[in-house]
Design a protein around this ligand. Structure first.
Ligand SMILES: [Zn+2]
Length: 355
């Protein structure tokens, strides 16, 4: 639980939500659309807490009564108000411990899907109970893409005629799974990749990771702050990296069984194979870069310069590009539920052929 100012990047979303709070023009539904781990829950919880914050609401009421029309902005103390949850009032404290009665997170029985009964029980039958203490009653729906069509239709009824105090926050990593009628009734906030320099500062100053580790995490995260933090704070960072480097150095001469087993082992580190493949991609991009520029300074796997050079010497540009392509194909195959062993076998074949 945090303030808006603790959210890294996503300035456009923070500005939009702060503006909504300061003007009181809060929509009944918001869709926060962004990758897994990008921080959607963080933003939703901050927004919800700010809407409930007693001190902020009191300050805003006084401010609006005085009839001034100045805009609010971060850091503007005079004559405006900083739009942040105070973190100290009763409502904020309740929100921090996730006990705020007017902030509700939809729970669902089956992990893989949000069914119509979940929406009926959690929202439709509850929505006309007025908020206990504040102006707003907030429902947060995590992984909203898991809602069945029936569940979405049930929610739609609420969205068509929402009680004035209701705010529904739909968080999703795949907005295309939501009905157009839901999307058209919501304010869509698309998360954007955070700039590498900002991720770097965050990792070094707040997570306290060393330089070389930050480089790998940044390349791996591609602007996703949660992914960067996840890898940076993993106790297994060195294991994951060393294992990846071993695979990359020796894949071309590995037996299929050994390769499959190595790729399987990655689940021990709480990392998905999909994410692991992203780390392998960084290596091959390094190889391309090294071939093109011979500049070791801008490599991510700087420490492995000797191995990179050696492998790069044995692969053609085309060959490396083909491996990068093959990794991409492997990712889509796994998403399409192709047999794991088969997908790995095909990948290994592609690596062997080109190196
Ligand atoms: Zn507060």
């Amino acid at each position: 639980m945090a303030k808006f100012s603790d959210i890294i990047g996503q300035e456009h979303i923070k500005e939009h939500l702060r503006n909504a709070i300061s003007t009181g023009k809060v929509n009944h539904a918001y869709i926060i659309n962004g990758e897994r781990d990008a921080g959607k829950e963080f933003i939703a919880e901050t927004f919800a807490m700010a809407l409930q914050c007693e001190r902020l609401n009191r300050d805003l009421d006084i401010y609006h009564e005085n009839g001034t029309q100045d805009s609010f902005s971060e850091g503007s103390k005079e004559p405006g108000i900083i739009i942040e949850p105070c973190m100290e009032c009763h409502a904020c404290k309740q929100a921090i411990t996730r006990n705020q009665p007017d902030i509700k997170t939809l729970i669902h029985e089956k992990p893989g899907t949000i069914g119509v009964e979940d929406v009926r029980n959690g929202i439709v039958s509850d929505v006309y109970v007025r908020p206990y203490s504040s102006k707003w009653k907030i429902y947060i729906i995590n992984e909203a893409e898991k809602m069945s069509v029936q569940a979405q239709n049930a929610l739609l009824k609420t969205l068509e005629e929402p009680p004035e105090y209701v705010v529904i926050l739909l968080l999703t990593s795949n907005i295309s799974m939501l009905l157009p009628t839901i999307i058209s009734r919501s304010t869509v906030l698309n998360m954007r990749p955070v700039e590498d320099s900002i991720v770097r500062r965050y990792l070094m100053e707040r997570v306290h990771v060393p330089d070389y580790q930050a480089d790998i995490c940044i390349a791996f995260a591609r602007g996703n702050i949660g992914r960067a933090k996840h890898l940076a704070t993993s106790e297994d960072f060195d294991n994951i990296k060393n294992e990846a480097v071993r695979v990359l150095k020796y894949a071309h001469e590995m037996e299929t069984d050994d390769f499959v087993e190595t790729m399987n082992r990655i689940s021990e580190y709480k990392m998905s194979v999909d994410e692991y493949l992203d780390i392998l991609l960084i290596w091959y991009r390094d190889m391309l870069l090294l071939k093109a520029t011979n500049d070791a300074g801008s490599l991510i796997f700087k420490e492995e310069i000797r191995a990179l050079r050696e492998r790069a010497g044995k692969c053609s540009y085309e060959g490396i590009e083909k491996i990068i392509e093959a990794i991409g194909k492997t990712k889509s195959r796994l998403k399409a539920n192709v047999n794991f062993e088969l997908a790995m076998e095909l990948l290994l074949l592609a690596i062997r052929e080109e190196s």
